[in-house]
Design a protein around this ligand. Sequence first.
Ligand SMILES: C[S@@+](CC[C@H](N)C(=O)[O-])C[C@H]1O[C@@H](n2cnc3c(N)ncnc32)[C@H](O)[C@@H]1O
Length: 262
Amino acid sequence: MTENTEKQTDFGFRRVPLGDKQAMVDDVFHSVAKRYDLMNDLMSGGLHRAWKEALVSAVNPPRAKRRNARPDVRSRPFALLDLAGGTGDVALRVAEAGDSSVRITVADINAEMLKVGRDRADQAGRDIDFIEANAEALPLPDRSFDVVTIAFGIRNVPRIERALAEAHRVLKIGGRFLCLEFSSIDIPGLDRLYDLYSFNVIPALGRAVTGDAESYRYLVESIRKFPKPPVFAGMMSDAGFRRVSFQRLTGGVVALHSGWRL
Ligand SMILES: C[S@@+](CC[C@H](N)C(=O)[O-])C[C@H]1O[C@@H](n2cnc3c(N)ncnc32)[C@H](O)[C@@H]1O
């Protein structure tokens, strides 16, 4: 009898071979790419905008100066990498908040999501680099970014520890890593309501808007499987980040994690 020694991982509530997960995740985002931004608004009642604005505040890009202000001779490019940046939603918000010294790179493994992002950036007249890349093995030099962000992306990456190590590697010394991710509700009563909504309404909405309930069932299940904030904070520390902290938003629906490369 041969023992099955292949490593397994979670794909939502299913256990699947680790080597199969990325292709399954890619199918999800191929399927939903064109309606991805609309679904975010519908599913969260627009709340994802506020969560992303909290992320942008933490990124704190150099802001446009008041008119007539003296030019800042020290101003140097501020480089942001948005990992698993998909349709460019976070990148566009940072570009909007920052001044002309802000350089943004969006990296995502999914060409369909990136295409939506490129079109959005073109329409907005924003010069943003979109690159097709796996967060586990970035084709980017060491110590090249001031801030690395990842929003609602890390739980989809099969080997989270590799993505964290890569984020750490490409950050400059003194740079900051920020991760926005769904979390676990910490208000009694609200958790039951949230479960009812997530497992019943979201897949049905997914079916109505994208014709694909399964992808949205995976999204809901993957949220439940993601490590709780203190555990994820430990993973960040193991990857080398320092001054690791997190902040729960909207009763714990999401958490904003922060760590520095020092
Ligand atoms: C839920 S979307 C988040 C998109 C965007 N950050 C946002 O907040 O709107 C997750 C994204 O992670 C990307 N992704 C999944 N696995 C990845 C990997 N290994 N490397 C890079 N991107 C990945 C998907 O293609 C998808 O665009």
